[in-house]
Design a protein around this ligand. Structure first.
Ligand code: BDR
Ligand code: CA
Length: 311
């Protein structure tokens, strides 16, 4: 199986994404590194422990690590309005099976990538602060990482502002460091994730699995559907982070295009925008493989089947 470190900010769709990864035999989760993002770090770390507990045997022995509690340069922004004050708006959640490790998330990323050169995939579903810190502390790292697969950005507009997707806006400077690092990078942005909606039928299918993972996911996605209905008039929430996890497990579920992507870090209208050179007008080196299409029904079938394997 593919060696993977999960990095994110749970956050309800991060939690569902991690359950998908933990339930998937194609993937060996070496550890989970946590960042600020949807809610503050103390909560995202707690929620990582809860998510591992939800995975049952698949989460046993997987260590988790607290990382950056703030973005590199800009002020902290969170998205509690989308994910609830706790980040995991569901009842009856298990307690974390164990405490986070004492090692810093960034140190774990560096150590693990060095131990397995060219073999570790970093699946990132939040602001890129932990990855940027690791790349700054260990400049050889981008060359040693197999691949970064990231939910973030968009080839079109944003969601946190008209121009910026949340995971970029929450730390644009970190995103810039990662995009300029030379690391092999796949970007799963809003242009594809907004096509993958957890509507009432899908939520019912998750509940119908009859297990705890399905019940909790359906409860989280029901909360999320309320937010998406109000905000965007959609029938459910977008499965952003689970789609990025699926991109690691089954890259063929998406269509990809290599292109130049730059991050706008000028404070202004486009602060945090991923400027995607869709039509090849830039002379700069192509630095990202960008998802430009998705087979949504096959993706959801995978998610459902995998969550069904959990307790
Ligand atoms: C991204 O922002 C967060 O709210 C979600 O978890 C996802 O990673 C979508 O813009
Ligand atoms: Ca996230």
């Amino acid at each position: 199986p593919l060696k993977v470190i999960l990095d994110g900010d749970p956050g309800l769709d991060d939690a569902v994404a991690w359950l998908l990864a933990l339930a998937s035999p194609e993937v060996e989760v070496l550890g989970i590194t946590v960042t600020h993002g949807n809610v503050g770090l103390p909560l995202t770390v707690h929620n990582a422990g809860v998510t591992l507990a939800l995975a049952g045997a698949a989460g046993e022995g997987v260590p988790y690590f607290a990382g950056a509690q703030e973005p590199l340069v800009r002020d902290l922004v969170t998205a509690a309005a989308v994910h609830g004050d706790s980040g995991l708006p569901a009842g009856g959640l298990p307690q974390p099976v164990r405490a986070p490790e004492p090692e810093h998330a960034t140190a774990f990323i560096i150590r693990t990538v060095r131990e397995h050169p060219h073999a570790v995939t970093l699946l990132a579903s939040g602001p890129l602060t932990n990855l940027a810190l690791a790349f700054r502390l260990a400049p050889e790292l981008p060359e040693l990482v197999k691949e970064v697969v990231w939910m973030g950005g968009s080839t079109t507009g944003g969601n946190a502002t008209p121009a910026a997707e949340f995971n970029v806006l929450a730390d644009p400077h970190a995103a810039q460091i990662v995009f300029e690092s030379g690391v092999p990078l796949r970007m799963v942005g809003l242009n594809v994730t907004m096509q993958c909606i957890a509507d009432p039928d899908r939520i019912a299918a998750l509940r119908g699995l009859g297990n705890r993972a399905g019940a909790v996911s359906s409860e989280l996605l029901t909360f999320y559907a309320g937010v998406y209905k109000k905000r965007y008039g959609l029938s459910g929430g977008a499965l952003h982070d689970p789609l990025a996890a699926a991109a690691v497990i089954r890259p063929d579920l998406l269509d990809w295009q290599d292109m130049r992507v730059d991050i706008d870090v000028q404070e202004g209208l486009n602060f945090g925008r991923t400027v995607c050179d869709l039509h090849g007008s830039s002379q700069a080196r192509k630095n990202a493989r960008v998802a430009v299409g998705v087979r949504d029904a096959a993706f959801f079938a995978l998610l459902l089947e995998r969550l069904g394997r959990l307790p």
